[in-house]
Design a protein around this ligand. Structure first.
Ligand code: FES
Length: 204
């Protein structure tokens, strides 16, 4: 089923952030994926094919891009998608044991969702917070740091009651609807294509 058929203004807005060229169209792949993922929690084969068509590329390339980022999912996730960092510093700090504790407590494996639809789990690569290992991220929210088994149990209990505590650290940079990045404090970072002055004839 088409997702973007009745969202032409949104599609046009996303494409307007990139150069009007075949390469620019392909660059819109990531925000289009994000739109679908935000709506459904994952990107189905049908929607991957639709995005490929919009971007002038193949579903295989869309899947290839998705496979590079753990943030994109090809199967449905639970209401709370728990991502346990499994890279060296977190492993040294006990993330393997934490993972075993988590999957046995929830009785769920990667690619599955618990019967109540509440939980899914995933091992991810370094979340960039090695100094606070082991680190767990829930959905697209921030990081829960120095997660012991006891802290993990408290988090699960709170999520079962749908009152998870705020993360220890919010995700530092988000992307606004107009494509600009900003910090959790609302400060702009990086540049947007809208900031660039058009090239003059001599510079082009
Ligand atoms: S190794 Fe886990 S945050 Fe870097």
């Amino acid at each position: 089923m088409s997702y973007f058929a009745d969202k032409q203004p949104l599609v046009a807005d996303i494409f307007s952030r990139y150069p009007a060229s075949p390469q620019g169209r392909r660059s819109a792949l990531m925000p289009l994926l994000r739109e679908v993922q935000n709506a459904f929690g994952y990107v189905s084969e049908t929607h991957a094919a639709e995005i490929a068509s919009l971007c002038g590329t193949t579903a295989t390339e869309v899947r290839s891009v998705m496979s590079f980022y753990s943030t994109y999912h090809t199967v449905p996730t639970g209401k709370y998608h728990l991502q346990v960092c499994s890279t060296l510093m977190c492993a040294l700090a006990g993330s393997d044991e934490l993972w075993d504790h988590l999957v046995s407590t929830l009785d769920v494996q990667p690619g599955e969702v618990t019967g109540d639809g509440r939980f899914s789990v995933q091992k991810v690569e370094c979340l960039g917070s090695c100094g606070t290992a082991p680190v767990v991220q829930i959905g697209d929210e921030g990081y829960y740091e120095n997660v012991t088994r006891a802290k993990c149990d408290r988090l699960i209990k709170a999520m079962r009651a749908d009152i998870p505590p705020p993360p220890d650290n919010p995700v530092p940079v988000t992307v606004r609807e107009d494509g600009r990045q900003m910090t959790a404090k609302g400060e702009r970072v990086g540049a947007s294509i809208h900031d660039l002055a058009p090239l003059t004839g001599s510079e082009a």
